[in-house]
Design a protein around this ligand. Structure first.
Ligand code: HEM
Length: 133
């Protein structure tokens, strides 16, 4: 009897590690240039923050679970409490993320996957808002 085929994760379907590496690389290139976001990051080196976002997104989409091995439960809203995230910060974050998603080619990220990823980012960014201004 044939073995059941294991379900392929979204992570695998969009090119795995290389896609998430590129996504967060471009995202943080944009953050580094962003006058709203850059001051929120306490560290000179954005590399560790880039790595945390990459690990989180890989885990969320069915890839390696390194994020939780290193950081525990994500509790992202709580972890953003030290930062004021109002509509301006949310929109700046989304602008950087839209640029990052746009940097992934159509062969790697087809239209339905691109839409799923974009919809998630918009929902997630909204859910991180913790200030009305
Ligand atoms: C951490 C800003 C939305 C995922 C951080 C940090 C800042 C920040 C300043 C600290 C840097 C660090 O230590 O990593 C913002 C702003 C947002 C936003 C202004 C606007 C909406 C999001 C969203 C996600 C996310 C939507 C997920 C989809 C993360 C993760 C960390 C983090 C995984 C590291 C948490 C940890 O393990 O310590 N964010 N963020 N952020 N953010 Fe955001």
């Amino acid at each position: 009897a044939a073995e059941p085929t294991p379900a392929r994760s979204f992570y695998d379907e969009v090119g795995g590690a290389e896609t998430f590496r590129r996504l967060t690389e471009v995202f943080y290139i944009e953050v580094a240039k962003d006058q709203v976001l850059r001051p929120l990051y306490p560290e000179e080196d954005l590399g560790p923050a880039e790595r945390r976002l990459r690990m989180f997104l890989e885990q969320y989409w069915g890839g390696p679970r390194t994020y939780s091995e290193e950081r525990g439960h994500p509790r992202l809203r709580m972890r953003h409490n030290p930062f004021r995230v109002g509509p301006i910060e949310r929109d700046a974050w989304l602008r950087c993320m839209h640029t990052a998603i746009a940097a992934i080619d159509d062969e790697t990220l087809d239209a339905p996957h691109r839409k799923a990823l974009t919809d998630y980012m918009e929902m997630a960014a909204q859910s991180m808002v913790n200030s009305p201004f």
